[in-house]
Design a protein around this ligand. Structure first.
Ligand code: C6P
Length: 440
């Protein structure tokens, strides 16, 4: 532990004993081969972009490699040993996800291409079958484009109307307006469990309860919550839940759509093709039972098996410990950032936020911020609108810089981020401009 960190911690009011209890063993970084990588000609990697996509432990990389070397064939098709093995691993992955999110039945867990694929499935299948002109879809202004655009497309096709729950001044959902927006016309409420920009943790169970009381079906975008906090879809009582493997130490190309059996049974298939049928005639088809009905074509076999290995890893560390660790880092980063002149932190105070902090600085564009942090400090952050243009418009900015944390990040890395921010600020502040060497 560096003395800078101890000093900063004291000033942030976090006692060393609290810190000890809250943080995970930094040795777990050794499980992640990527941390041997150097950035910008020799800087150690400081990876603060896990909200975009996480890194993978060797256990996940090895599991993927093992399937390809020993067990790989297409699933649910062959009467041969390899197909049986890969089918078994693929279905074990489904069961692993089921247990991880507290679903009742494995066939309520559908493998998709990612959160975006899951939401589009609901918008096309449930949306087209159930929405009509005059119906309303209630979203929130903090949604990712993946939970806005599919509903805009659905609204166009069906004539349904979109409405949006506003924010409070500190970046939480304005729940006082919720009941006024809900009516017998509201057929669907779709919202994120955690904002990918503000970090806001939304009260999912309460919102589901209020939406159900108005007779609406509820979709939760859990892309930013499932990787970081315990999820119990039955406690939420959500009808549909969407999330991605690559944000929880798993591979890209796989995600999950959880849906209540009764709703999924009543929905028409989204994609047509192999696997999703029971019988095909020249003039029509009979769909298969769940989950095959929604898994047309060759599914993401190896990504799903990799996601299963990622869940094993998360379970070994403990999802609650991961959440506590991120909370400690976030609080520390937030309090350090608050002390930086001219830096605008987006979103609520640490007790209402998950493991990320986005910020804007009037004099410096987010892209320049990210570029200097990368080139001078080896720090990876995300800069831009983070696929939330309407949210940024509400905040009166076009872009922000986001640092997001996961189980492998440390307090020292937060210190490096703060030092980086101060350096960028000095370089770009009016009196510092002359001193800045422009990149070629
Ligand atoms: N957010 C970010 O940097 P996909 O790309 O389908 O795996 O996930 C889409 C998605 C949906 N909802 C939320 C709340 C998200 O944060 C994301 C992905 C990344 O914030 C990439 S844009």
């Amino acid at each position: 532990m560096s003395s800078t960190t101890d000093t900063n911690l004291e000033s942030a009011g976090l006692e060393a004993t609290d810190r000890k209890g809250a943080l995970l063993d930094p040795a777990l970084r050794n499980d992640f081969p990527i941390f041997g990588t150097e950035i910008a000609g020799g800087l150690p990697l400081v990876f603060l972009d896990s909200a975009a996509s996480t890194q993978r432990p060797a256990a996940v990389i090895d599991a993927i490699s093992h399937v390809y070397q020993h067990d790989y064939a297409n699933v649910h098709r062959g009467i041969h040993t390899l197909s049986e093995r890969s089918t078994e691993l693929y279905e074990q992955a489904r069961e692993k996800v089921r247990a991880f999110i507290g679903a009742e039945r494995a066939h309520e867990v559908l493998f998709t291409q990612g959160t975006t694929g899951s939401i589009n499935c609901i918008a096309r299948s449930w949306g087209d079958a159930n929405l009509h002109a005059g119906d309303e879809i209630l979203l929130t202004v903090m949604e990712h484009h993946s939970n806005l655009v599919p509903w805009q497309q659905t609204a166009k096709r069906t004539g349904a109307r979109l409405r949006h729950l506003p924010l409070t001044g500190d970046g939480q959902l304005d729940l006082e307006t919720l009941d006024g927006l809900l009516s017998e016309r509201t057929r669907l409420v779709a919202f994120t469990a955690v904002s990918n920009v503000l970090g806001t943790i939304n009260p999912v169970a309460e919102m589901v309860h209020r939406a159900h009381a108005a007779g609406a079906v509820v979709l939760v975008d859990a892309a930013q919550s499932v990787p970081h906090m315990r999820t119990d879809v039955r406690q939420w009582n959500a009808d549909f839940v969407a999330f991605s493997g690559h944000k929880m130490l798993g591979p890209s190309g796989v995600g999950v759509l959880y849906g209540k059996e009764s709703l999924l049974d009543a929905m028409p298939p989204f994609l047509g093709g192999g696997s999703m049928i029971d019988q095909v005639r020249l003039d029509g088809f009979t769909p298969a039972e769940l989950p095959a009905k929604f898994e047309a074509g060759t599914p993401p076999i190896v990504p799903a098996i990799g996601m299963s290995a990622a869940i094993d890893y998360l379970n070994r560390i403990g999802i609650d410990s991961i959440g506590t660790h991120e909370q400690a880092l976030t609080r520390y980063a937030y309090e350090q950032m608050q002390a930086i002149d001219g830096l605008r932190i987006l979103g609520p105070t640490p007790e209402h936020r998950a493991g990320l902090v986005s910020f804007a600085f009037e004099q410096v564009h987010a892209h320049e911020f990210a570029q200097v942090l990368n080139d001078r400090f080896g720090i990876a952050v995300r800069a831009g609108h983070h696929c939330t243009q309407p949210l940024h418009a509400q905040l009166g900015i076009t872009a922000s810089t986001r640092a997001s944390f996961y189980l492998y990040n440390t307090l020292e890395e937060v210190d490096q981020l703060i030092e980086g921010i101060r350096t960028v600020q000095a370089m770009f502040a009016p009196q510092g401009r002359k001193r800045r060497k422009r990149r070629p």
